[in-house]
Ligand binder design. Structure first.
Ligand code: FAQ
Length: 330
């Protein structure tokens, strides 16, 4: 359905005069902060935008397991293994809540997965970067989950009820993820000179990719204007990026690490940190499939889907038999 809908999606935000009566009533609900629920009427573009964003978000959670899953067997202690295992498992759960939220909009999980595997849906650019050593795993928890939380706390107030409610639970789990990442970074930053060097290197390499997670500048963002009018997004890409920078710099200082780039400076007039832009051409390149790990990530997901076919078939057959037995017993 989504694949069909995006072909017909319009661009530009309608004025009240351009809206139909039904669209005006819908916008009034949004403006009054009344949540939209699955059975409520909604414009086709609102539905398509949500399916796109929620689907992309779900895919990110699932693909996002790969960079960390790769380290479960190599975590330095049994305790770290158990923590990482729990975290990676949580990410799978987040994917499932989000696919379920997309299902309430009429889009099946199978279809979303198919579109991902065909390269017709995206997932977060960050997961196309490699995790080279244990410090990277700390930095992923701290910076990647940290950036995800900034975005997702705002999304708890998104206008679509099932998405907002999924975010509440996800944010609780995500704060555990960020804390475990920061804790791992503390151990490294306060450890031996070699460990400290690894922590600094991980921060330096992951800083700009983490900044890209918030998407292009507001002026370059295709969907922001309409998504903010519909309160699908309640804060803009640039606002969220600034919030992330402002909260993260004191954490870097607490670790005693150097700032990852020279443009970071406190701006007294703005009451915020200034910072340099990431390389947006690199971002676009990653989105086009040319990041360091895009091919590996998609191959891993397609293989997991194919390898799991017999499990899905078995579960469906079991459910069919159970339902048939229940009908026969009536
Ligand atoms: N990566 O017009 P906008 C996590 C695309 S969860 C890839 O500004 P929008 C947890 C965008 O889709 C991380 N593509 O788009 C975890 C659009 O392309 P399209 C995921 C990106 O949607 C931690 C085009 O660029 N979180 O990490 C990216 O209004 C650790 C134009 O952009 C979410 O998905 C990007 N970074 O704003 C898991 C949160 N940025 O679709 C495991 C929900 C932009 O037209 C381990 N999503 N694009 O072809 C959102 O809040 C929004 O979708 C944004 C983008 C803010 C990401």
């Amino acid at each position: 359905m989504y694949a069909q809908m995006i072909k017909t999606a319009r661009s530009g935000v309608k004025t009240r005069e351009e809206m139909t009566e039904q669209e005006r009533a819908f916008q009034d609900k949004i403006d009054a902060d009344i949540k939209i629920e699955p059975r409520d009427w909604m414009p086709d573009d609102y539905r398509a935008t949500l399916i796109r964003q929620i689907g992309q978000h779900a895919h990110s959670e699932v693909v996002g397991q790969l960079p960390e899953g790769n380290w479960i067997t190599r975590a330095p202690t049994l305790e770290r293994k158990a923590i990482l295992l729990a975290k990676v498992q949580d990410e799978a759960g987040h994917g499932l809540y989000l696919y379920s939220a997309a299902e309430t909009l009429g889009e099946s999980r199978d279809e979303l997965v198919r579109l991902l595997h065909e390269g017709r849906m995206k997932y977060s650019s960050i997961f196309n970067y490699p995790t080279l050593n244990w410090a990277d795993i700390g930095a992923v928890g701290w910076l990647v989950d940290g950036a995800a939380i900034v975005n997702q706390v705002a999304l708890q107030r998104t206008s679509y009820g099932p998405y907002a409610r999924a975010m509440v639970r996800i944010c609780k789990e995500e704060s555990f993820h960020a804390r475990q990442g920061y804790h791992a970074m503390m151990k490294m930053a306060l450890g031996s000179p070699e460990q400290r060097k690894m922590a600094q290197d991980a921060l330096n390499r992951l800083w700009f990719p983490a900044m890209m997670m918030f998407g292009p500048h507001d002026s370059e963002s295709t969907h922001s204007e309409q998504s903010m009018a519909w309160k699908i997004k309640v804060k803009s890409n640039d606002e969220l990026r600034q919030q992330f920078v402002d909260q993260t710099i004191p954490q870097i200082e607490y670790l005693g690490l150097e700032l990852p780039e020279p443009g970071i400076k406190w701006n007294e007039d703005r009451g915020h940190y200034d910072f340099s832009d990431p390389d947006w051409s690199e971002f676009m390149d990653v989105l086009r499939g040319n990041g360091p790990c895009n091919v590996d990530r998609m191959n891993a997901r397609r293989k997991a889907w194919d390898d799991g076919e017999w499990v899905r078939d078995g579960l469906l057959e079991h459910a069919r038999k159970k339902a048939a037995r229940a009908v026969a017993a009536e």
